[in-house]
Design a protein around this ligand. Structure first.
Ligand SMILES: [Zn+2]
Length: 595
């Protein structure tokens, strides 16, 4: 993965949005908007719809300018189909507003609320602050009555705008699954096009057609195709329907004076909602379209057993069970919206955390580029304060290994961490000189590592530490191997830190070859190292490979290591690590697992 150098798209977009705001009304509050349809789980791809305007709105606030981020819930949209996993009897709700469809589990007030609730919790964790707008509430309140009447008065003009993009009936909508409500030229040819669709008073569905519109009386008559009901909507009194999507969206841009709203790249094709909406808002509502910013999709890999609740599509809540809020924010902040990216919840998670920790270390050392600092700053803080994260930084990889080799025993992990100082903790740990890390210091990362290990790492890839020494293997050691093991155990606690143990495991074969631990390895030494590592894995975990050896040694403690290596008479139960020693060399090369 490479960052896009110099791409502080957030700052550039904020410049553009502020300029647009000042062009419209100098000094007025800036309005950014997101729109989500709570028709199903809001997944990590949809999170971009929230994250992009959030980052821009937050940048505008950081500059001291008042800015509101609206989250428009399209909860007055119709239920389009029976959701996966629900019985066919749910068909009766198709065509009803999402807020009028019950939650099948009765846990929420409606189908729409079922999917809003987890998004609110995720926004809270991620530091995303919005003003929520329910379209059901807005339509029901009559807030849009004037706009609806205006759209009905201007229906011929709207029809002609839509007609510019129609090629043949039913075509011309890039987003085929959208409820475009554009009923095609057949109606308009007869002068019967209405950009408004009532929800039937009897069956609650939008399977209706307006049969007449009375501008003076502010009412429409309709007939329902589903149940045959015919009725009348008094638009100023009991509004019971909505504008079709391609008119509804631009109407809201005008109503809320939206200056910035990103959208999925599929909305930006010719004839799609945004291009049509831009004309509708100008020509019909006398408003302006928002500054556009299409964003690409977010792919997901390695999501093994997650998201049973979300039908296999991971949600922000699922992501936050493995990634710290700042890391998740970072993924969205560092990419240009036009770039798609993939979140990998498999083995890549450790590498992602490593990358994040190294960035933090470079920033602390004053070695990061300004744009890297900006992106990290947007990930860890908002204009309101810091996003929750661990007090002390211990490598995710190390924490996962500790949980792995201790079979998830928190007390044992706590004892090992107590022997850590910041130099022990791994790449990117700041050297504060303070000793003894507690479990609380590394939360929530420890819990996230636990979830990851339990849910994403297959059982056969976990480590099974030997419960007793492999006496057969120990009895068949070559003299050279035996000396190497003695060399290792003798020096084991000289520098009981991650970097100290890294030097040691690489160093023993160098010492055996007559070099010092700090000499570069020759080809011959490298071969010896590979053989030595394999021997250690066989004796410690009964396999040819495993977690990085220094991590493994730290997790086991010197007593257990000595016992399994057949050196000394320490009891297997001994786990206490000696006090760690500060001052180990920085920048030690990383240990890579032998193949
Ligand atoms: Zn009906």
């Amino acid at each position: 993965m490479t960052d896009t150098e110099g791409s502080d798209w957030v700052s550039r977009t904020a410049d553009e949005v502020i300029a647009e705001a000042d062009r419209r009304a100098p000094g007025a509050p800036v309005v950014c908007a997101s729109g989500l349809s709570p028709s199903g789980p809001i997944h990590l791809g949809n999170l971009r719809e929230l994250m992009v305007p959030h980052l821009v709105a937050d940048e505008i606030r950081r500059r001291g300018r008042e800015c509101v981020h609206l989250l428009s819930w399209d909860d007055y949209d119709r239920l389009r189909r029976v959701p996966a996993g629900l019985p066919p009897s749910f068909t009766e709700h198709v065509g009803r507003p999402l807020t009028a469809v019950p939650d099948p589990d009765d846990a929420y007030d409606s189908w729409a609320e079922r999917f809003k609730a987890p998004v609110r919790a995720a926004m809270d964790a991620l530091g995303i602050e919005v003003r929520e707008i329910s379209q059901t509430a807005m339509y029901a309140s009559g807030a849009y009555a004037d706009a609806i009447l205006h759209a009905l008065d201007e229906r011929a003009r709207i029809d002609s705008i839509l007609a510019r993009y129609r090629t043949r009936p039913g075509v011309g909508d890039a987003e085929g699954t959208e409820d475009t409500g554009d009923t095609g030229p057949t109606d308009s040819a007869a002068g019967l096009y209405y950009p408004y669709r009532p929800y039937c008073h009897r069956c609650g569905r939008d399977t209706t057609q307006v049969t007449s519109y009375d501008a003076t009386g502010a009412l429409v008559d309709y007939a329902c195709a589903a149940c045959g009901h015919r009725d009348r909507v008094h638009l100023r009194e009991d509004n019971h329907g909505k504008l079709v999507w391609k008119v509804d969206w631009p109407m809201r841009w005008a109503h809320e004076r939206v200056m910035f709203e990103p959208f999925g790249a599929d909305h930006s094709a010719p004839g799609s909602s945004f291009t049509v909406g831009a004309q509708v808002v100008r020509e019909v509502f006398g408003g302006q379209p928002p500054v556009p910013l299409p964003y690409s999709f977010v792919g997901i890999r390695g999501m093994a057993k997650m998201s049973s609740s979300a039908g296999g599509v991971p949600t922000p809540a699922d992501g936050l069970r493995i990634l710290e809020p700042a890391v998740l924010r970072w993924l969205y902040a560092r990419r240009l919206p036009a770039q798609s990216f993939t979140i990998d919840f498999g083995a890549e998670v450790s590498r992602l955390y490593d990358e994040w920790d190294r960035l933090a270390a470079r920033i602390e050392a004053g070695q990061a580029q300004p744009w890297e600092r900006d992106v990290a700053d947007r990930a860890t803080t908002t204009s309101r304060g810091r996003v929750a994260g661990p007090r002390r930084r211990v490598s995710f990889r190390v924490l996962a290994s500790l949980l792995d080799v201790t079979a998830g025993d928190t007390a044992q992990v706590g004892r090992i961490l107590a022997g850590f100082d910041d130099a022990t903790a791994g790449d990117g740990a700041p050297d504060t000189g303070s000793q003894g890390i507690t479990v609380a210091d590394v939360e929530p990362r420890l819990s996230l590592a636990r979830t990851w290990l339990a849910e994403q790492v297959p059982a056969e890839e976990r480590t099974h530490v030997r419960t007793e020494p492999d006496s057969d293997l120990l009895a068949s050691l070559t003299a050279e191997d035996a000396v190497s093991l003695r060399e290792l155990t003798t020096r084991l606690t000289d520098d009981w830190t991650l970097s100290g143990l890294t030097r040691l495991v690489y160093g023993v074969p160098k010492l055996r070859a007559g070099l010092t631990v700090d000499d570069p390895a020759t080809a011959e030494v490298k071969r010896a190292q590979r053989g030595f590592f394999r021997l250690l894995y066989r004796l410690l975990v009964g396999a040819d490979r495993g977690p990085r050896l220094p991590t493994l040694l730290l997790a086991l403690g010197p007593g257990r290591v000595r016992a399994l290596l057949g050196q000394g008479d320490a009891l297997l139960g001994e786990r206490d690590a000696p006090h760690s020693q500060a001052g180990s060399p920085a920048g030690e090369s990383r240990l890579t697992e032998p193949g």
